[in-house]
Design a protein around this ligand. Structure first.
Ligand SMILES: Nc1ncnc2c1ncn2[C@@H]1O[C@H](COP(=O)(O)OP(=O)(O)OP(=O)(O)O)[C@@H](O)[C@H]1O
Ligand SMILES: [Mg+2]
Length: 345
């Protein structure tokens, strides 16, 4: 019968351990050995599992035969793993003991945490303009009712708060759309140069407002690739907008486009679009976090210039969808460069 047991637990995809009535481990599948070490067989379970919750469950199962489920954490050098354990009594004709089955639920827990953080962030971003709007509406109905100058001013603020909310909703929808189709390489052919020119044209007013000069260095008349023009526009819009917003006032936003014959990382020819500014730059500490949703280095400043911190998250997902690479380099006091490398067929 023990051989049968061995065959059965080998077939179970989850880490599984069987403990005999003498409280020693009689069998374990490869997945369990990987987690708890190679020399499990024959050892007392107490010396193998050092997690109090798990030991309690096994002990109770031995004493009164009740099945139990429990969770515990394994600390490893590089990370902590959260495990779920199901402990059940085994009563077979020629074997009695306990079977413990484990499941690594770290990523499930992390996904839950990311979802909760996301909802908290969205709620916070929506609540701030909403609170401001409700306050202004109250003032417009009360003290400012007969004051046309104040009414105009408040209406202007109401409009800018409403626009802020609408931008947030637009960006959230864009993010969810591109995340949904991230595995689907766009099939349509798009001229990157045409998209970039339209984006630059559209951002000229914003650049003028901040006295930023947009310079484009590009020798190519066209550059056709498999790409979604709206999404490529989202990449360029956010990167150029960032260079204008966070670069130096009265500075330059430098855009250069070049073809690469063979890009090793992509194993194909590629086109590189580099957008550099001469602003204060970004501390190396923050660079890895820039593409997280809602991440802003100086949230007060970014909020003042209308940012929600979703732009680079959208850029990252769009670049991924196009099987490209996003690289960020920056030197404090000198400026930042965001380069997007997209594969060409
Ligand atoms: N060129 C840049 N120079 C300095 N800091 C930058 C630059 N680009 C981005 N950042 C920093 O990275 C943060 C995240 O940028 P991101 O584009 O994701 O969000 P945002 O511009 O704040 O808002 P949104 O793009 O949603 O309007 C910004 O808040 C800013 O702090
Ligand atoms: Mg931005």
């Amino acid at each position: 019968m023990r051989e049968d047991l061995s065959t059965i637990i080998k077939a179970i995809p989850l880490p599984t351990v069987i403990i005999g009535v003498n409280e020693r481990i009689v069998n374990a599948n490869a997945a369990a050995l990987e987690i708890f070490g190679d020399n499990l067989i024959g050892r007392h379970y107490v010396t193998t599992f050092r997690h109090p919750q798990l030991l309690d469950s096994i002990e109770t199962c031995f004493r009164i035969g009740t099945d139990a489920k429990t969770q515990f954490t394994i600390s490893e050098a590089s990370r902590d793993r959260t495990m779920k354990a199901s402990v059940s009594a085994l009563e077979l004709p020629d074997f009695s003991g306990i079977m413990a089955c484990f499941e690594d639920i770290t990523s499930v827990n992390q996904a839950g945490q990311i979802r909760r953080d996301f909802v908290a962030n969205v709620s916070h971003e929506l609540r701030t303009p909403l609170t401001a709007m409700l306050g202004f509406i109250e003032t417009l109905r009360g003290p400012a009712r007969h004051d046309p100058a104040a009414r105009d001013r408040f209406l202007q603020t109401l409009e800018s708060e409403a626009r802020r909310m609408s931008r947030l909703v637009r960006d959230l929808l864009a993010l969810s759309r591109v995340e949904g189709e991230e595995r689907l390489l766009p099939s349509e052919e798009t001229d990157l140069i045409a998209v970039l020119s339209t984006t630059v044209e559209r951002l000229k007013t914003l650049a003028q407002d901040r006295q930023v000069e947009i310079k484009v260095n590009c020798d190519l008349d066209s550059c056709v690739l498999n790409g979604n023009s709206d999404q490529l526009d989202q990449i360029f819009t956010n990167l150029i907008e960032n260079a204008i917003k966070y670069g130096a006032k009265g500075g330059v936003a430098d855009i250069s486009v070049s073809k690469i014959k063979y890009e090793a990382g992509l194993r194909s020819a590629a086109v590189k679009v580099e957008i550099c500014d001469d602003g204060p730059g970004i501390d190396a500490l923050y660079i890895p976090r820039l593409t997280e949703r809602f991440y802003r280095i100086d949230s007060h400043r970014s909020r003042q210039v209308g940012g929600t911190g979703l732009g680079l998250a959208i850029v990252k997902h769009v670049v991924n969808r196009h099987r490209g690479r996003l690289k960020i380099t920056s030197q404090l006091g000198k400026g930042s460069c965001f380069s997007v490398v997209l594969p060409l067929r």
